[in-house]
Write a protein that binds this ligand. Structure first.
Ligand code: GUN
Ligand code: ZN
Length: 437
């Protein structure tokens, strides 16, 4: 704490969560129509009604007046690939053909550090423009690609969890590396980046088919050697992929079982998709405390299937939301919620707007074991927040004028909203991205 802390006072309609609304109901959502966030040295000091807090503000506080707009904690994208921006909107294939035709060639470009730096900067700017203040991201197999994304996030003071992709089989020769080299590069990158400022390292095997049992064993050892590391990968995304894993691992009970046998399941393990699981898989994930990233735009785009959120909840799994760029089709977590709602509708389930905004904020923070730092406006949290304009477009303004409750307004925002609604994104209190529209 510096001798002269700089106070910020941010006024607007505050919405955040203190618990999971699926468990706690209405009371999980704190909604302050004329609210004030008081921020000191980048952290939340108070969050409450403006009329109660304004009289006690230090006289030198800097004011941000966002009345007429909503103030929420920054969105948390729990699964994305920064090196796949160029693969967005690539037509016509399901997972394995899509990887070969579009994704691997896009990732190949990251052998060039200048390309990696340019893409990393563009990606982080897209996150901020969309109100995403924290992400968990795949880089590529190239160590310089990890340097580039951590450097870009660091320059913006963003929270970021990322790692170098590990692949030692079933991939193009130009992305292949042996288990020894992958292990050595990963250890060096951990040394360089893990725990530096707001950055953390995730060991990143692409998925079971692209790692030999030897590589998986080494990853298990690495996770056991260095406490606090994350693990990110894909699990049970498509039926053909599950059948491929069964063929590669006849000894395993299931796809999940391969990860479990190698020590890749823990509280800091985050698995994207988890569509084609059975209840024993869910039980075992819950037992180890592993978390899920639900990536609805990707699941629809690649034709992967419908994630069963109700079942994940029944087993007590932590679930965050992921864009999964570039199989996913939007950087916007608002648009991701829009598609999440539709995926659940197709599965005979529903998503209340409060549950939706919870998983995009505090739920994501919990999935990433970061809820003591981000995801809500509880005192002491890092002041990453976004300002949403409910009248950002003529259509939004029209539809909003007919919305009578908080719930209805949040639903309109998550159904019709996108980056145009994000009037500002603040990192550690300070504006990091502002729209002038
Ligand atoms: N499975 C293995 N690699 C990938 C990837 O890059 N994207 C998606 N959606 N699934 C994968
Ligand atoms: Zn992915």
């Amino acid at each position: 704490m510096s001798a002269h802390p700089s106070f910020l006072a941010v006024r607007g309609e505050v919405v955040h969560f203190t618990a999971d609304p699926a468990e706690q109901g209405e009371s999980a959502c704190e909604h302050i129509p004329d609210g004030l966030l008081v921020i000191s040295d980048g952290h939340v000091l108070h969050c409450g009604p403006a009329n109660a807090l304004l009289p006690n503000l230090p006289t030198d506080a800097r004011h941000f007046d966002y009345r007429g707009k909503l103030i929420l904690p920054g969105f948390i994208d729990t699964h994305t690939h920064y090196a796949q921006t160029a693969a967005l909107a690539s037509h016509g294939e399901q997972l394995t053909a899509w990887l070969e035709k579009y994704t691997f060639p896009a990732e190949r470009q990251f052998a060039n550090p200048a390309h990696a730096a340019a893409e990393a900067n563009f990606f982080c700017d897209q996150l901020l423009r969309n109100g995403t203040t924290t992400a968990m991201a795949f880089a590529t197999v190239h160590p310089a690609s990890v340097d580039a994304i951590f450097a870009a996030a660091h320059a913006r003071q963003m929270r970021l969890i990322a790692g170098k992709v590990l692949m030692d089989r079933n991939c193009p020769a130009y992305l292949h590396e042996d288990a020894d080299t992958g292990d050595a590069h990963t250890r060096a990158l951990i040394e360089k980046w893990h725990g530096r400022a707001r950055l953390a390292y995730a060991v990143t095997p692409r998925f079971v088919p692209t790692s030999t049992p030897e590589q998986l064993r080494r990853i298990g050892r690495l996770l056991a050697d260095i406490p606090g590391l994350y693990l990110q990968s894909h699990l049970a995304e498509q039926r053909a992929e599950v059948a491929w894993v069964a063929k590669l691992h006849p000894e395993a009970r299931s796809y999940l079982d391969v990860y479990e046998r190698h020590g890749l399941l823990g509280a800091r393990s985050l698995y994207a998709h988890c569509i084609w699981l059975d209840d024993e898989d869910r039980r075992r994930m819950a037992l180890h405390g592993a978390a899920v990233s639900f990536c609805p735009t990707s699941n629809l785009f690649l034709g992967s299937g419908l994630f069963d959120l109700a079942r994940a909840r029944q087993f007590g799994l932590r679930v965050g939301l992921g864009t999964d760029i570039g199989a996913g089709t939007s950087f916007s977590l608002l648009q991701t919620l829009n598609e999440a709602y539709k995926v659940l509708q197709l599965g005979g389930q529903t998503l209340t707007p409060e549950q939706g905004f919870y998983i995009a904020t505090l739920g994501g923070a919990r999935a990433l074991c970061l809820d003591e730092f981000i995801g809500s406006f509880a005192a002491g949290r890092e002041a990453d927040f976004i300002v949403l304009d409910p009248k950002a477009t003529p259509l939004l303004e029209y539809r909003m004028s007919r919305a009578t409750t908080r719930t209805e307004r949040l639903f309109v925002l998550m159904t019709l909203g996108d980056d145009r609604c994000v009037a500002a994104t603040h990192i550690l209190g300070e504006p990091a991205s502002t729209r002038h529209t």
